[in-house]
Every structure is written in C-alpha cells, then in structure tokens.
Design a protein around this ligand. Structure first.
Ligand code: XUL
Ligand code: CO
Length: 432
C-alpha cells in the first residue's frame, strides 16, 4: 500500500515554512537538555487511527483505508500509516490501547494472540523508530464494560479485566513501554439508585493492588499511572481528580507505587485549571505524565482539541519544571481533529502546530523559571516562616497552648501584606 501520507518527508525546522516546525527544534538545548528530551512528545493511536469522526448526532466522516475491514491485515495497514506519521512528525514516543491496534478475537486468548502478533509487527518498526511512552487497556468501549471494569457488579467482568490488563502489561513490558496507564473509563456510576459505592471502591482498590503486585512479579520497571477524570462517560467517576485519587491511593497503601497521568481537558471538566492539577500532583509527590490537549470552556464535554493557547501551556510546563521536569513521563497528545478535517495532511498539521505551541510554552516557562522572578516573590511571601520561632511552631512538641501563650505575651498584631497578584501576572505576561 502506498503511504497514507503520500510522499511527505520528515518535517523540517523552518520558521517560515507552511508545514514545518516553526518553534519546535528537537535539537535546541533549553535548561541543559535537548527539546526532544524536555518535551518527550508522544502521538496517540486512538484519536488518529481509530476514531472515525462520529459525534452524538452523526456517524463516520473520516474514510481511512484501514477502516475497510476489521481484520489483521487492516490492523497492519493501520500500523504502517501510524508509524509513517510518527516518522513524518519525528516524535520519540507513541501510546496505544489494546483495542486500538488489533481486532478483538472470538475469545480472550485469541484477542491476546492478536495483540502479541501486532506487538511483533511494532517491534520491528520500533528498531529505528519511536519508543512506547505507555500502553493501556480499553475497558470501556465494549458493551461488556458498560457497568464498569473492576467496579462491575458482575465478578466475571472483574476477572475478564484481570486477563486484559495482564496481557496489556506484558506487551507494554515487552515493547519497553516507560509507563502503564489506567484510565477508569467506566469506573463510576450512572445512578446511585443501583450502585453500592462502598463495594465498588473496594473492588477498584483490590484490582489496583493486584496490578501493582503483578508489575513487580514480572519485573516491569515502568511507572503505573492513573489518569483522573471527573465524569464522561459515566456521570461520576471514582478517579475524579488528583486529590481524590491521592486519598484513594493512601487508603490502599499505594501512594508510592502509582503516579498521575494528567490531562488538560480532564482538569477543566473537574473545575480546575491544568496547572492546579499539576501543582497538586507535585505537592503530593505523584506527578507522572501529561495528556496534552485543550478543552472547550463552554460545552462541558471532553472535546480533546489540539492545544493552541501558549500562555495556558506555559503555565502548565512551569509547574512541571518546578517539579523537576519529566522522568518516565512525557507529553502525549490526547487530541483529535475536528470532524470536518478530512485530509490526511490535517493530522500532520494538527500535531506540528501543537508541538510548536508546546515548544513556545515550554521555552517561556523555562525562561520564567530560570529568571527566578516568580520564585523569588513566592519565597519572599513565606519568608516569615524562616524565623526560628515560626519553625518551632511546626516542629514536634509544639502545642496550641504554648503558641497561644507566646502570641498573647508578644501582643502579636499581624499586618496584612499585598498578594501582588496583578504584578505577578504582569511578570508572566512578559514571557509569554
Ligand atoms: C479519555 C482519555 C483516554 C485515556 C486513555 O478521556 O483521556 O483516552 O487517555 O485511556
Ligand atoms: Co487521556
């Protein structure tokens, strides 16, 4: 089959090009690292090669050649197109669900055999090509998962999920995947009238504990990531946001085993900003990776648009830099075209533009971080806490009584100082 993308060569770095990287140069060194290593871009399989353009009111708009049949031959044609796109966009990583890459078999065993056959096909293509940022299992599309995966009222679904995750983690391990993601697509409820919350959360905790045990059993050294999302597809999801997931991890003793894969759009749906979720994960020591996209602020749906707002992206990378940058994580574009963008080249242009937006945002964040102006202002705001009597209040042995006595003896009368928000916003504006 001729390439789905015609004869497109890998995109050049050209500030004046039409289809080029205008701001992203993988070789440019920022904060001592190549931009490729700072941003660790990944392309996702599902939105680009699986989604057919449907929306709640209409069906397929895209006519990808590999949609012609649901067989292994077409799965390989799809992989050819995918790896061709990874080459054109010069990305170092990709991500996939089992369901994205192989047609489901008549039995669990056949599904797993097909997954392994595709993994063999990937392995050959990965020799000089992109690496796997993360693998995951789709336990939300098929109707068997309509009432949840590990939280399902039917224990056979729980067991089916154990088999599915084992197969997907094995393949992720074999392909050198740097992370394994669990997004609780339907781990939540539609109505409390038929839901036993307590039981479902116990099931989810047991399942996650066993996933972690299995990771150690097979010697997989990648990071297990949970991707929080408050709702959609279910009305309420148990992994609502970072703070909720942290409480859940603590409850099951998994806070040192599992980190977060944070998605811009999911943060917005939870009523947060993306930087809030990133800062929270850093504060709790559970930041892992990001799904970069942009959410519509009016619709209330998970619109998974390509990022196109440099200041927003800059603030996100600023929090990531404050936490020390990525380790096993990266920037996965969990983003899809609008359904009228029919041309193959739209997929390329969308990603090239998104990579440029991320590069601009990252470089602004790096300058802001290196100049240290915001950090100096932050440090100054808390400087009082460096005084010995302030430190003593937080130390072991301090009591409310002793502190209260000291406050009264010293006749403390604290004077408010400005939070200087607008001046700080003006500083940010100089960089973006
Ligand atoms: C859904 C979503 C998923 C996860 C992987 O909103 O973000 O695609 O990233 O299952
Ligand atoms: Co995502």
């Amino acid at each position: 089959m001729t390439s789905y993308f015609g004869d497109l060569a890998p995109l050049p770095v050209d500030p004046d090009g039409d289809l080029s990287f205008r701001h992203y140069d993988p070789e440019e060194v920022v904060m001592g690292k190549r931009m490729e290593d700072n941003l660790r871009f990944a392309i996702c399989y599902w939105h680009n090669f699986v989604w057919d353009g449907n929306d709640p009111f209409g069906g397929q708009t895209f006519q990808r050649p590999w949609f012609a049949a649901d067989d292994m031959e077409m799965a390989k044609a799809k992989a050819d197109a995918a790896f061709d796109m990874f080459r054109i966009l010069r990305v170092p990583y990709f991500c996939f669900h089992d369901h994205d890459v192989r047609p489901e078999g008549a039995s669990l065993q056949e599904s797993h055999a097909r997954l392994n056959e595709i993994a063999d096909y990937f392995e050959a293509k990965m020799e000089n090509g992109p690496k796997l940022l993360w693998g995951t299992a789709n336990m939300f599309s098929n109707r068997r998962f309509m009432a949840g995966a590990s939280t399902n009222p039917d224990p056979d679904v729980f067991a089916y999920c154990a088999s599915t995750v084992r197969a997907c983690m094995d393949v992720t391990h074999r392909l050198g995947g740097e992370n394994y993601v669990l997004w609780g697509g339907r781990e939540g409820y539609e109505t409390l009238l038929n839901t036993d919350l307590s039981r479902e959360m116990e099931q989810m905790g047991r399942f996650l504990s066993m996933v972690v045990e299995y990771k150690h059993k097979i010697g997989y050294e990648g990071t297990i990531l949970i991707e929080p999302k408050p709702q959609e597809p279910t009305k309420h999801q148990y992994d609502y946001d970072t703070a909720t997931v942290y409480g859940f991890l603590k409850r099951f003793g998994l806070e040192n085993e599992v980190k977060m894969n944070l998605e811009q759009g999911h943060a917005i749906l939870a009523g947060h900003s993306f930087e809030h979720e990133l800062a929270m994960a850093n504060a709790l020591g559970i930041f892992g990776s990001i799904d970069m996209n942009r959410n519509d602020y009016q619709s209330g749906w998970d619109t998974d648009q390509f990022p196109n707002n440099v200041p927003e992206v800059a603030l996100a990378y600023y929090e990531i830099l404050r936490g020390g940058g990525f380790t096993t994580g990266g920037t996965n574009f969990d983003a899809k075209l609008r359904r009228q963008s029919l041309d193959p080249v739209d997929l390329i242009a969308a990603h090239a533009g998104a990579m440029d937006v991320c590069a601009r945002g990252f470089k602004a964040a790096a300058r802001m971080y290196e100049d240290g102006v915001l950090e100096a202002a932050r440090a100054e705001r808390y400087a009082g806490w460096d005084r010995p009597e302030a430190q003593a209040m937080l130390a072991e042995g301090a009591t409310l009584d002793a502190i209260a006595d000291r406050a009264e003896a010293a006749a403390l009368d604290p004077q408010p100082v400005s939070g200087r928000q607008e001046r700080l916003e003006n500083i940010v504006n100089r960089y973006v």
